[in-house]
Design a protein around this ligand. Structure first.
Ligand SMILES: CC(C)(COP(=O)(O)OP(=O)(O)OC[C@H]1O[C@@H](n2cnc3c(N)ncnc32)[C@H](O)[C@@H]1OP(=O)(O)O)[C@@H](O)C(=O)NCCC(=O)NCCS
Length: 152
């Protein structure tokens, strides 16, 4: 795990990505959501062990550029590798890249019910900016999103 590194996510990775996505989220992104993100030129990053095949992917992150800001659209770590510091490392690498690309802050949305992710973001210095009402699908009703940012 010490050799975990980032590389661009390609369409060839999407079976492995969906294998993670469909386990970690109650309302996962579709194949098309990932494919469109890649084709739109969003920053789509695979977090992998340097010398192991795609099946050993630890996780992935997707963010897009705005004006002097970046927006985190997805971040996930494969369940068997969670709670080992990889999510923190991956988020840190996203922040480094976004900053190197000229962003002054990283924005994201998170479900209020996603206490693990909320803890991660708070520990990494994100603050809550507000609420987007009924942002997420959640069955019959929709769930609000907490909007968070980390500025630098
Ligand atoms: C959120 C996620 C990426 C965190 O990845 P991870 O590798 O498990 O996180 P880390 O091990 O780096 O944890 C960093 C900190 O986050 C918090 N945290 C992470 N998972 C947590 C959980 N299940 N419960 C409570 N706190 C949690 C802890 O404060 C942790 O620090 P600690 O281990 O020192 O206590 C991972 O849980 C995941 O993929 N979840 C499903 C997808 C998702 O919800 N993504 C976020 C969408 S907004």
């Amino acid at each position: 795990m010490s050799r975990a590194e980032l590389r661009p996510l390609t369409e060839d990775d999407l079976d492995a990505v969906l294998g993670i996505e469909e386990v970690v989220y109650p309302f996962p992104w579709s194949y098309g959501n990932f494919r469109d993100s890649i084709r739109s030129g969003y920053h789509c990053l695979a977090f992998v062990e340097a010398e192991l095949p795609t099946a050993a992917m630890y996780g992935y992150a997707i963010y897009m550029d705005g004006v002097e800001e970046a927006h985190l659209l997805n971040i996930a770590i494969r369940p068997e590798f969670q709670r080992q510091g990889l999510g923190r490392r991956l988020l840190g690498r996203v922040i480094e890249r976004a900053a190197a690309g000229g962003a002054r802050r990283l924005l994201l949305e998170v479900r209020p019910s996603n206490s693990g992710a909320l803890n991660l973001y708070r520990k990494e210095g994100f603050i809550e900016l507000g609420i987007r009402r009924q942002y997420y699908p959640a069955g019959a009703v929709r769930e609000d999103a907490i909007v968070m940012e980390k500025a630098w």
